[in-house]
Every structure is written in structure tokens, then in C-alpha cells.
Write a protein that binds this ligand. Structure first.
Ligand SMILES: *[C@@H]1O[C@H](CO)[C@@H](O)[C@H](O)[C@H]1NC(C)=O
Ligand SMILES: *[C@@H]1O[C@H](CO)[C@@H](O)[C@H](O)[C@H]1NC(C)=O
Ligand SMILES: *[C@@H]1O[C@H](CO)[C@@H](O)[C@H](O)[C@H]1NC(C)=O
Ligand SMILES: *[C@@H]1O[C@H](CO)[C@@H](O)[C@H](O)[C@H]1NC(C)=O
Length: 200
């Protein structure tokens, strides 16, 4: 999918729990994938979040060091036989962001190396809300919805997002996203990252 096809990419971290590319996206109403739309979106927790009340939206980018080693090890354990080696990791964290007075923490981690790209979604404490989680691509050539999206079991004290996994690591969901029409062959050298959030 998405994060590598352009020589320069603009990665937007939006406060309503999603990442988009090129342009920010302010939609706070979660929608079901596939959207058959005109955007690539990675949505760990698409709902109406307001960081003016509490919380932070943060990001970090890594091109060397222990985070790359950890990412390499994790991906090879979740997706065996790929002989994967990470050379870029991007972590966006929504820390204790508010949903009408509650606090929710989650992350999206983008990992790439060679021709391969992965997305991890990590869930911490999750307040009750209605949300959509997963990813979608332009025209929905590729999309995935984390099971339980839009259901009450996805959030709250016993959130299935926080307590389950598709890779046997509680609270973590991992996806390989490089197959498809727009693969990640053209690795971006420059990534411009902008955070869109409410000002305090
Ligand atoms: C990692 O990359 C950063 C930024 O490019 C650089 O400042 C730092 O020295 C590098 N660290 C190592 C251990 O190579
Ligand atoms: C795995 O990749 C490394 C370099 O990235 C290479 O030296 C090694 O031969 C590869 N192993 C296999 C089994 O493909
Ligand atoms: C969550 O699970 C615990 C342990 O099974 C249970 O005691 C608690 O009532 C559950 N909370 C909710 C909100 O369902
Ligand atoms: C899942 O992880 C646990 C330990 O974290 C391990 O004991 C168990 O064998 C794993 N299950 C599978 C199917 O890999």
C-alpha cells in the first residue's frame, strides 16, 4: 500500500485516530471498510477524539538503532520465512486521548524494509465508544477491518482489541500491506510528517 510509493511522502497523523497520506483527513465519524474512496488510510481507532481535554498525539521516526532491531525481530516472528530486515519505523501514539471525558491509548507502527511494508496496531486502555479499526486503500484494492469494529465488545474494560491479537501478542494486530497494485517498490527517501490535532 501506501507509505512508500512517492519520492516524497506526506504522512498525516490525524487526531481522530487515523493516519493518511498527502492530505490531512478530519473525519470523526467512523466508517466501514471498504470505503471505495480516494484515500489510503490506516485507522487504529477511528472515532471522535478530542485531545484538547486530555492526552497527546505523538510520533517518532527511526532509521537506525534498537527500534529497528526490535521491529525486525517482531516481524520475522509474526511472518516467518520472509527474512525481513527493517530499515524504517514510524510510530504514532495517541496517548490518553479523550473521548467525551474518557481516556484511550493506542498506537500505529509502520515498518518497512526492502520491498516489504507492515502495519502494527497496539492497544492499551480503551474507553467505551463506537469505532472503526483497520486500513483501506484507494478504491479499496486492499482493506482490512479488525474484528469487532463497531461492536461494543471492541471497547471498554474488556476490549477485544486490547485482549486479543492476530499474532498471539495481547493487544497487538499486525498486517503485511505490501502486496498489490501500488506495492512499496519505490522507497521514499524523505518523509514529511505533520500532526493534525486540536490546539490546547
Ligand atoms: C541514528 O540516526 C540519527 C538521525 O539520522 C543520527 O543522529 C544518529 O547518530 C544515528 N544513530 C546511530 C547509532 O547510528
Ligand atoms: C537473509 O537476508 C540476508 C541479508 O539481508 C542474507 O545475507 C541471507 O542470505 C538471507 N537468508 C535467506 C535464507 O534468504
Ligand atoms: C471484564 O472482565 C472481568 C473479568 O472477567 C469482569 O469481572 C468485568 O465485569 C468485565 N467488565 C465489563 C465491563 O464487562
Ligand atoms: C502464544 O504465546 C504464548 C506465550 O506468549 C505461547 O506460550 C504460545 O505457545 C503461543 N501460541 C502460539 C499458537 O504460538
Amino acid at each position: 500500500m501506501i507509505f512508500y510509493f512517492f519520492l516524497v511522502i506526506f504522512l498525516q497523523v490525524n487526531h481522530n485516530g487515523h493516519l493518511t497520506f498527502d492530505s490531512s483527513y478530519s473525519s470523526y465519524s467512523p466508517q466501514r471498510f471498504p470505503l471505495y474512496g480516494s484515500i489510503d488510510i490506516i485507522a487504529p481507532f477511528w472515532t471522535d477524539l478530542d485531545n484538547r481535554q486530555t492526552g497527546f498525539v505523538l510520533y517518532n521516526q527511526y532509521t537506525n538503532g534498537s527500534v529497528l532491531q526490535q521491529a525486525t525481530q517482531d516481524i520475522n516472528s509474526y511472518f516467518p520465512n520472509l527474512n525481513f530486515s527493517a530499515d524504517w519505523v514510524f510510530v504514532a501514539t495517541w496517548y490518553e486521548v479523550a473521548y467525551y471525558g474518557t481516556k484511550t491509548t493506542f498506537q500505529a507502527v509502520l515498518i518497512s524494509g526492502g520491498q516489504k511494508c507492515f502495519v502494527l496496531m497496539n492497544y492499551g486502555s480503551i474507553a467505551s465508544t463506537t469505532l472503526s479499526a483497520g486500513y483501506d486503500t484507494i478504491n479499496s484494492f486492499h482493506h482490512f477491518t479488525i474484528p469487532g469494529s463497531f461492536s461494543s465488545s471492541a471497547t471498554g474494560d474488556n476490549s477485544t482489541f486490547s485482549l486479543s491479537s492476530n499474532v498471539n501478542v495481547t493487544g497487538r494486530w499486525a498486517f503485511q500491506v505490501d502486496s498489490g497494485v501500488r506495492g512499496c517498490q519505490k522507497k521514499s527517501k524523505y518523509v514529511y510528517i505533520q500532526i493534525y490535532k486540536y490546539k490546547a
